[in-house]
Design a protein around this ligand. Structure first.
Ligand SMILES: Nc1nc2c(c(=O)[nH]1)N[C@H]1C(S)=C(S)[C@@H](COP(=O)(O)O)O[C@H]1N2
Ligand SMILES: [Mo]
Length: 523
């Protein structure tokens, strides 16, 4: 058979395998899609330098890039397998089986695994082998007869359709059907596995109906300059809130199916359902969350009104035993974080187990149904999304996900500032130029922001109305500037009088430091 067609058979068979696997996973357990499970496994076993490279090069597009890259590699392997099988189907079947076994291994080794999860890779493997053998047999018969067909009279000129022509028709039709079927199955799996929409809508509706939530004070008009300067809004709309996690597939546990076990070094073990949460005193708090991977000037910082219950009250009820210095949390997808127990237990810290974000249920990618939020700590040591388990233990006994990968054990947020206007390399007209940005030092709050132009003297900026120490604070100032290239720098000082360090450091292991600077042109 022609090489091109042999390659196509390989690609179609593997495509059918992936599509069927994704569909069966969507029907039974979205977590068990062989394609996504392999992607997750690649992430889990990637060396630290590769993860960092992917994060810094592709940002939040790193997952689509990984999945796309996998598709290219798999398609090339499948095409090669097809070409190697022009006479015998054996090499192709072998490659399909090897890919199938990889899918099995990835599903079995996932952090959360149930025996039913084996159905999707099994269906995938069967679909791959059956499709390959079927199309291969059809192709051999079609092209094997070609010599005979060529010698027979042209079927178009007179006689009835020859067998070679109808066989070719069947082959092309079958191939097209397999291609369309594989795509449809994959899409079906995607839509079936999408799921927490209904449960989220219910939680959002209940949130609106709940009385007695202790609301966060309204954000004063003077807290941000978004209206005048077009800079960052005080509250980040949910779709714009930065997202960082290692989950390829967002867990799809509904609120009704959710529960959290608080155990370990406690006097009273607690198991909480979502209804139990709603029956507790609820409060809303405006918190600026920050990622440790945020570079100086970076965008991995956002602010929202979180609604939930007091984590401190829960732990008081559980009765934390002496010596338990770590609150070790595990998410539904197996990620872990280690939070210092004493930080959560501080009465003024307001750490919460949150299920509401800016008036609605947590979005799926931000931890639906329930996550943790602790003001003042970077997300990787505190902000467990899709939380499922909370163990009181010691830092000696258990090591969390990013600690294992070279990041710090304790990670309070560093005092930082960012220049939002002008943008880097912007061109602005000469005269009065607005310089504006944000600064943060959770939970202390910002006491002062200073700005200097072209290495000149530091000048205090005007601070916007403070919301609380647990949120960012906007600042602005003006400089009279003539034409040319200018460099503006900023530095923040916290409410205790400590100025952010000039010392430049990258994010690893406990957060970037250094003064932000922006170069722009005045004309
Ligand atoms: N389950 C889970 N929770 C997680 C993470 C994760 O990878 N998995 N990443 C953490 C990190 S590093 C940060 S900065 C915050 C980000 O929360 P966001 O995506 O809602 O902004 O979530 C934290 N919670
Ligand atoms: Mo993070």
């Amino acid at each position: 058979m022609p090489r091109g067609f042999a390659a196509l058979i390989g690609v179609l068979a593997v495509g059918a395998a992936l599509g069927v696997g994704h569909l069966v996973a969507g029907l039974i357990s979205p977590a068990s899609s062989p394609y996504l499970a392999v992607g997750d496994t690649v992430i889990r076993f990637s060396p630290e330098w590769l993860t960092e490279f992917a994060k810094s090069t592709f940002g939040t597009a790193d997952k689509p890039v990984l999945l796309g890259g996998m598709a290219v590699v798999i398609a090339l392997a499948a095409a090669a397998a097809g070409i190697a099988s022009r006479r015998s189907p054996r090499p192709g079947v072998a490659v399909v089986v090897v890919l199938g076994v990889l899918g099995f291994l990835a599903v079995i080794s996932a952090p959360v695994f149930a025996p039913l999860d084996l159905l999707a890779p099994a269906a995938s493997l069967a679909a791959g082998v059956v499709t390959f053998r079927g199309l291969h047999g059809l192709a051999l018969r079609t092209y094997g007869d070609r010599g005979a067909a060529d010698r027979s009279p042209d079927p178009g000129a007179g006689g009835p359709s020859g067998p070679a022509v109808s066989r070719r028709g069947v082959l092309i039709g079958s191939s097209a059907a397999v291609g369309v079927g594989a795509l449809a199955a994959g899409a079906g799996g995607f839509f079936l596995g999408r799921g927490v929409g209904d449960s989220r809508a219910q939680v959002t509706a209940r949130l609106a109906a709940l009385r007695g939530i202790e609301r966060a004070p309204a954000i004063p008009a003077g807290a941000a300059y978004a209206a005048e300067l077009g800079t960052t809004t005080f509250i980040t709309p949910n779709p714009d809130f930065y997202r960082i996690d290692v989950a390829l597939r967002i867990p799809t546990t509904s609120a009704a199916d959710w529960s959290l076990r608080i155990h370990g070094m406690v006097d009273n073990e607690i198991v909480l359902s979502f209804e139990d949460l709603l029956r507790r005193p609820l409060f809303e708090k405006t918190i600026t969350m920050t990622c440790v991977s945020n570079e100086v000037g970076g965008s991995l910082i956002s602010t929202a009104n979180f609604i939930g219950v007091s984590l401190r009250d829960l732990l008081l009820e559980a009765g934390v035993q002496p010596g338990a210095d770590q609150v070790f949390t595990t998410s539904i997808d197996g990620w872990t974080a280690g939070t210092p127990a004493d930080v959560i237990m501080r009465p003024d810290r307001d750490a919460l187990l949150a299920f509401g974000m800016n008036g609605e249920a947590l979005p799926p990618e931000h931890g639906f149904p329930v996550r943790m939020v602790v003001p003042g700590l970077y997300g990787f040591v505190s902000a467990t999304k899709w939380i499922a388990d909370m163990e009181l233990t010691t830092f000696d006994r258990r090591r969390s996900y990013w600690l294992e990968r070279g990041w710090a054990e304790k990670a309070p947020i560093k005092t930082q500032s960012r220049i939002d206007s002008p943008r880097g390399f912007a061109t602005v007209p000469a005269g009065k130029v607005s310089i504006a940005g944000i600064a943060w030092s959770q939970p202390a709050g910002i006491g002062k922001v200073e700005v200097r132009m072209d290495g000149g003297p530091w000048q205090p900026a005007e601070l916007a109305t403070e919301v609380s120490g647990d949120t960012w604070r906007m600042w602005r100032t003006e400089f009279d500037l003539g034409p040319g290239s200018h460099t503006v720098q900023a530095r923040a000082t916290d409410a205790h009088g400590v100025t952010q360090t000039e010392m430049r450091a990258g994010p690893i292991p406990d957060g970037a430091s250094g003064w932000p600077a922006t170069i722009f042109t005045v004309i």
